[in-house]
Write a protein that binds this ligand. Sequence first.
Ligand SMILES: N[C@@H](CCC[C@H](N)C(=O)O)C(=O)O
Length: 295
Amino acid sequence: MKFTKMQGAGNDYVYVDCTQNELKNVSEVAVAVSDRHFGIGSDGLILIKKSDKADFFMEMYNADGSQGSMCGNGIRCVGKYVYDNGLTDKAEITVETLSGIKTLQLYPGSDGKVKTVRVNMGAPILQPEQIPADIHAFKNAEILKNVDRLVAQPISVDGKDYEVTCVSMGNPHAIVYLDKNVDLKAFELEKIGPMFENHPAFPDRVNTEFIQVCDSENLNMRVWERGSGETFACGTGACASLVATVLNGLCNDTATLHLLGGDLKITWDKKENTVYMEGPAETVFTGEWLLKEEN
Ligand SMILES: N[C@@H](CCC[C@H](N)C(=O)O)C(=O)O
């Protein structure tokens, strides 16, 4: 299996061109290649396929083999892959995902290779049942019966109350704010992250973003991803966090999210009700993975 390892803001995946060939046992392959000691080392696996509705189809798997319906950093790398490898010569392409068709603007540098990609990520989803978030597991369950969004709502996690804002960008996100005086780098994400991920409030599990608001145009973020653990960045998570922070009245409609692996510029265009994400996409290396022979 020929592959390309790529990263966007440090969120790294193994990419396989499946426009001509099919890959079998994809979940198992995702687990194996993602292993940072015995595999290639990545946050998951992304297949690039043909689509009959768009220019390409992106199929993404987390490091635990579960399938994600959308991947913000991944889709930018898909844009770079198809352009740099001559699968398209268009600078605007459409990519079908399990959460709909996204339009990408590709920005090549002077060497003709794509450096930056801007993605129309679509409308944020706020209705609790569509995220999905189960209001019965929230502290104010009775009051929440008639609400159409969950903004700064308390839930108890490991015996402590946290206020969470819930947004789906095609995949579920819970956004939590930390005080400015908390040392974000020292924050025990690996302890609290799995408790959010598997909390009964989120029947499909959840990606959780921990946000520190620096000012109205700059947010610091660490993320615990469903199915992959801590990653250096999450594109859908950055979009969900911007929307959540606007809903909480804490930032402008455009802000830069500072993640462990780099920056993403996010805009919520409220007139169009769509979110734009702009950020880098890079190729790390290419190689060949020896698939286990079937008995
Ligand atoms: N890192 C991604 C999101 C990947 C999927 C996620 N872990 C899920 O299961 O929903 C991004 O950049 O958006």
